[in-house]
Design a protein around this ligand. Structure first.
Ligand code: PLP
Length: 354
């Protein structure tokens, strides 16, 4: 794929690394590729970062045809830059696209777009452990007409944001509220696709939980509201009586790359991991009998996030004395060690850009 590069004439500089936050600062450039049903992908270009112009009838503004991905570029102590399992994000983006009737892209082409862009923006990868350059590929339907059908035109974009450490004040357990009213998705719906619409529909519950002092909601399945699904933008795992249990991928759960990596690390370390249905009743019983030893969320942003408190109805349960569990900590250390290049990478997960 040929990429036309137009460099900015007014490059910016990186803010201090301890002031970065998440997703607020953007690099100097953005990448765009157009798609048309007859032409396929065309006009791949990198341009100075800035606003884009859309037709008021653009599909994405009316029917929500949008998907995205999230991955990071990490700076090693030796100064080099690397990605973590980028091919997994590319594959998932194509699976999301298929679900939303958006165009798929050749995996090698998307890989080339990603790596070319990150190499161009390499100075924007911050240096401190825990910080990273967050990469946000996204794709939206862009027909300039109101008819409802699979799109004939679409736009792929990639933007990047240097982001601070998720755990500036250290890795502290969070409080989570089990959501009993709203549901995120249903089987047969779009739960396994990383699409904007899933987030639009889940914000209300998140806001209600925040008002009560909880950082996220724990979703139950959309049919019976009986089985545990996932937490906000993270998958979820529980250590019950020595065994790690995580909800199986039923179609309504986002298949996280961090989830998959946690499972592989845990199995290598000799733990039993059960991917199965886990009912909220079983979880409550495990908390009441003291068999729930640890609970954590896992996703690219936080890597591993310990859960110290779970609220269900008007009951609040404390997990592991509200402290981070030993296995949660071990997983966090292993994954971040591989991602930031402090540990060996026996799984071959890392792709070195420099
Ligand atoms: C992105 C996402 C995750 C985590 O996936 P990772 O690949 O581990 O970052 C989990 N749940 C939802 C709803 C997500 O959008």
């Amino acid at each position: 794929m040929e990429i036309k590069i137009t460099k900015t004439t007014t490059p910016n500089t990186m803010p201090p690394e301890d002031k970065l936050g998440f997703g607020k600062v953007f690099t100097d450039h953005m990448l765009l590729v157009d798609w048309n049903v007859d032409k396929g992908w065309y006009n791949a270009r990198i341009e100075p970062f800035g606003r884009i112009s859309l037709h008021p009838a653009s599909t994405v503004l009316h029917y929500g045809a949008e998907i995205f991905e999230g991955l990071k570029a990490y700076r090693r102590a030796d100064g080099g830059v690397q990605l973590f399992r980028p091919r997994e994000n590319i594959k998932r983006m194509n699976r999301s696209a298929e679900r939303m009737s958006l165009p798929e892209m050749d995996e090698d082409d998307m890989f080339e777009l990603l790596t070319t862009f990150v190499k161009l923006e390499e100075k924007w990868v911050p240096k401190s452990f825990g910080t990273s350059l967050y990469l946000r590929p996204f794709l939206f339907g862009n027909d300039e007409a109101l008819g409802v059908h699979a799109v004939h035109n679409a736009t792929f974009m990639l933007i990047a944001s240097p982001s601070g450490s998720y755990y500036k004040e250290g890795i502290n357990p969070v409080g989570i509220m089990i959501e009993c009213e709203d549901v995120r998705t249903v089987r047969g719906g779009t739960g396994y696709a990383k699409c904007g619409g899933n987030y639009a529909a889940s914000t209300r519950a998140g806001e209600r939980a925040a008002k009560k002092g909880y950082s996220q909601v724990l979703w139950l399945d959309g049919v019976e509201q009986k089985y545990i699904e996932e937490v906000g933008a993270m998958n979820v795992m529980f250590k019950i009586d020595g065994v790690v249990v995580t909800p199986k991928l039923t179609g309504s759960i986002l298949p996280g790359i961090t989830r998959k990596s946690c499972i592989e690390v845990l199995k290598t370390k000799g733990y039993t991991v059960e991917e199965r249905l886990l009912s909220v009743d079983e979880l409550i019983a495990a908390m009441e009998s003291g068999k729930l030893e640890e609970a954590w969320g896992c996703g690219t942003a936080a890597v591993v996030s310990p859960i110290g408190k779970l609220a269900y109805g008007d009951k609040v349960y404390e997990i592991g004395g509200g402290k981070i569990g030993a296995l949660t900590q071990e997983l966090y250390d292993t994954l971040t060690g591989i991602q930031w290049g402090k540990l060996d990478d026996p799984f071959n997960w890392v792709y070195k850009l420099s």
